[in-house]
Design a protein around this ligand. Sequence first.
Ligand code: ADP
Length: 385
Amino acid sequence: MITRFLNLIRPGKDKKLQMPDITKSEILNAIKRIDDSNLNTAHLTLNSIKNFEIKDDSLTIDIAFPSSGSSIDESAYNKVVDTIKNQFPSLKEIHLNVQTKEPVSSANNTKKEMLPGVKNTIAVASGKGGVGKSTVAVNLAVALAKEGSKVGLIDADIYGPSIPLMLGVNKKPRLFKTDNGTKMEPVESYGLKLISIGFLIDDNDPVIWRGPMASGAIKQFMSDVEWGELDYLIFDMPPGTGDIQLTLVQSIPLTGAVVVTTPQEVSLIDARKALKMFNRVNVPLLGIVENMSYFIAPDTGKRYDIFGDGGGENLSKELDTFFLGGIPIDPRIRKGGDNGVPILYDIPDSDEAKKLLHISRNLVERVRLRNSTSKGKVEILLGDN
Ligand code: ADP
């Protein structure tokens, strides 16, 4: 075999074993060692290699990188080719094709009727207010869109609809007539399609009024807004686990939920309640995001664990779910929210922006896994707390 010959002339440990082939896993392992935030190599598996062929000294390899949308950039592409060349010098030609994976749809019948062109619906929720749920919802949506997915965002937070401010838009959605009645056109900002409950309710309306209005409005947001084709529709949910939240969760056909928490115990206790709420209504948990994980002092570079350390990750382990990642406290994230310029656009090279991208890629993987393995079954086991 030619591959056997190739391997025999290769230097290194494989010679001793007399193993003939450069195997898929050897190549995979080499690629997985590349340290580049643009390449989400941690999630590559043998299944990510779609085509693998060695002929003479030429390798053709097709890899589906777990990016949510468009292809990897040129420098990341060259990094993969150079790594293979350096580690396997017997290969003189490398043909690398990068495939992008289309998000799999979690279509179910209710969703098909209400949101016919939407592949996945994700609730971003929290057990209590002020933990950065809206910040995470906005930035995840922006990250997914930046990587090439078609993304919509529904601001369902009746207690504080903040998405118009965070995305720098404040206009009423346009209404238009169709054969079946009047429809609403989502507002566009940063490549996202967006609708906010803030467009419909007055800030001074008491919450008791807002509750029933909210679930009615959310239903309308799903059926009467012209979303078109979307890979992801993200819902920024109202914080907490009361009746309003439960009604809302039950009115949306959800692919799954992301729960945002800060690391300290009071927040974790409420996050657990939120997880339990989703469990009760059979919404799969996609993972936990820990916000305000730590603070790096800009003058000294010293890390401060202001709200404690590792709470979100420990909770993920305790509940046997996935830790999507942590986001530090950074005034630039707050400023991005207040000024309507998300950090992923304002300072895309910052560590925080990269962390947000990383979390969005983890989320994409979780959605993919959920869609390929589960038929809506909840994967978590919860205690009584
Ligand atoms: P929630 O939706 O949970 O009520 P928000 O997303 O509105 O919380 O965030 C509350 C406040 O905290 C906002 O002013 C926001 O800009 C700020 N904030 C959120 N996350 C961070 C962070 N990682 N670093 C700095 N400020 C943050």
